[in-house]
Design a protein around this ligand. Sequence first.
Ligand code: NIG
Ligand code: FE
Length: 432
Amino acid sequence: MREESGSGESATAGSEPPERTVVHGASELVVGPDDGVEVETITDGAFAAEDGRVVAIGTTDEVLREYPAGSADVAVDADGRLVTPGFVDPHSHAVFAGDRTDEFAAKLRGKSYEDILAEGGGILRTVRAVREADEATLTANLLEHLDVMLAHGTTTVEVKSGYGLSTESELKLLRAIDAAAEAHPVSVVPTFMGAHAVPDGDDAEAYTRRVVDEQIPAVAEQGIADFCDVFCERGVFSADQSRRILEAGREAGLTPKIHADEFADVGATGVAADVGAASADHLLRTDDDGADRLVEAGVTPVLLPGTAFALGEAYADARRFLDAGTPVALATDFNPNCFARSMGFVATLGCVGMGMTPAESVRGVTHAAAEALDRADGAGGVGTLRPGAPADAVVHGVGKLVDVPYSLDVNTVETVLSKGSRVVADGRVARE
Ligand code: NIG
Ligand code: FE
């Protein structure tokens, strides 16, 4: 691919978008979902953006007639390659410290995730490392992960707190997320997840009251989270506790999300439907009633096939939602238990593990993922390249949509644009 002109190679969140960006010559330009089709694609496609927002899409001839490449501050000749919207990763635990690689080996020897957590390992071990780490270290760790995500085509990612489990350390994590978001071109969506585990030696009921009475008011006062999430699970937070936490969060302005049915069905999907959650995530043990409740309530199902893959568990039933007409969002769940940052890999697992079609999987890592973050439509909606959307796009080193999930191992991403600026070139991240 030829990079014709333009700078924008070291854009950060704060820098001004280029006045004009033009991407042309795409073998296929994936636009976004359309009536009756998973994703609309334009053959020999192009788009133009002004001040970081898409203003025109069409064939290369159509777009270049009005927006000649020579008039652009950033012009990219895709030269017969695939262009997609930037990937949206709607579920990650990407801010943490410490090392749990030995647990990977223990799990391979047959130890279960829940046993490790019950013995004070797993999440609780990461909590100890996070409490010892200073904010700058947490920010630096997250920035490294954001670089890897961006190099794999992710331009929007949700990041949860949840390895602090006290007001002070949850706020430290949210400040670290905020600082990384300021310094990085990936758009970061912050989620408060004080109810990620019950702290060592604590009791779920007493801790639930502290999340409601102390943590949520403190987070709301700082204004540094958009969503509130809870691990509604056997041995962690019950359906009743989860409901109280999510309702308190909603009253404080935090939109509910829920970790549902990862190891056992304790009623999380009912809670998700009742509190109007934006998404219910995992869904490995969801029965038909639970799935129906999500579909009826309009809760976006977020499936995390990397987690099932890493744990050696059966995959979630994506087809059940798709057959009901509900798009399925896909996410990495990136965390020390599931060390996956590539949405291309997740799309592969969506197809190979869950029987999604290539188009469903690409919708799952773009527009459906944006729905799980309440950012799919309207001004600033991501996951599409329709006029009005941010010019967040990926030029892949392959020619067709199917090549994204078809590529099992190699990263297909060559060039990434974030709000019209080129932030990955030749597969390498350029940031200050
Ligand atoms: O979604 N299940 C809860 N939270 C994460 C795992 C976090 C961890 O193990 O550190 C998840 O899989
Ligand atoms: Fe998770």
